[in-house]
Design a protein around this ligand. Structure first.
Ligand SMILES: Nc1ncnc2c1ncn2[C@@H]1O[C@H](COP(=O)(O)OP(=O)(O)OP(=O)(O)O)[C@@H](O)[C@H]1O
Length: 225
């Protein structure tokens, strides 16, 4: 039986103007992610992987084509609705953790819940539970600068998942880690994928990580081939 479609794009193109030149970075990408699916995107540097992720996450607008997130066409909703939808339906993980240095782990992970207007006590409880789940129960009062690279990335995974998103978009989530620590992060992502039935779309150059996904897509010169 087909699972519900969480994220989809149709004939997505993106062009950037560079002086007199128009650079066509995406040339008509079709992609469908179903609930709970794990999909890797691989491809040479400059083939358009990060650009695709930005468009799918509503961080940039396409030149043409549609992105449908959780049933909503991102071209057809206003910016307030887009922000709410992104906060509720998506989680983001990047190569660099992007945790806020002046806040504790608890505050960093609770932040998406507070932005979604959850009362502070509940937000703190949920963030504490998830930090324990990713093995950082002893670190909740620490700031990012006091943690190792792997610990920071585990906190970034927790922050991406705290809102129980339908889909996590990850751009080189282990690109900054040694192979043993990267392996722990993959394992954590796989476990959370199973436990929470959240979909993962992961851009990676790492064949080990790609090999653990359900599907591996290859991008070449702005197209999925
Ligand atoms: N804002 C921008 N303005 C102009 N060109 C851009 C812009 N953003 C990306 N590009 C160009 O689009 C192309 C694709 O970039 P993108 O970052 O999507 O590639 P990528 O496949 O993720 O590469 P990498 O694996 O190196 O991260 C590159 O040639 C890049 O220079």
């Amino acid at each position: 039986m087909n699972k519900p479609v969480i994220l989809q794009c149709q004939q997505l193109t993106k062009r950037y103007a560079q002086g007199d030149l128009n650079v066509e970075v995406l040339k008509g990408v079709d992609l469908t992610i179903q609930a709970g699916q794990r999909v890797a995107i691989m491809g040479a540097s400059g083939s358009g992987k990060s650009t695709l992720l930005h468009l799918l996450g509503g961080l940039e607008k396409p030149t043409s084509g549609n992105v449908i997130l959780d049933g909503f066409d991102l071209n057809k909703i206003g910016s307030a609705k887009l922000s709410r939808l992104r906060n509720q339906s998506l989680g983001f993980i990047y190569q660099f953790h992007h945790l806020l240095g002046e806040f504790t782990m608890l505050e960093n992970v609770a932040m998406p819940l507070l932005i979604g207007n959850l009362p502070i006590k509940q937000a703190q409880q949920q963030a504490t539970d998830l930090l324990k789940r990713v093995g950082l129960g002893h670190r909740i009062e620490h700031k990012p600068g006091e943690l190792s690279g792997g610990e920071r990335q585990r906190a970034a995974v927790a922050r991406a998942l705290i809102n129980k998103p339908k889909c996590v978009l990850a751009d080189e989530p282990t690109g900054n880690l040694d192979s043993k620590t990267a392996d722990q992060i993959y394992q954590l992502m796989l476990e959370l994928n199973q436990e929470l039935q959240v979909s993962f779309l992961v851009v990676t150059h790492d064949p080990d990580l790609a090999g653990r996904m359900d599907h591996v897509l290859h991008m070449e010169d702005g197209l999925i081939v």
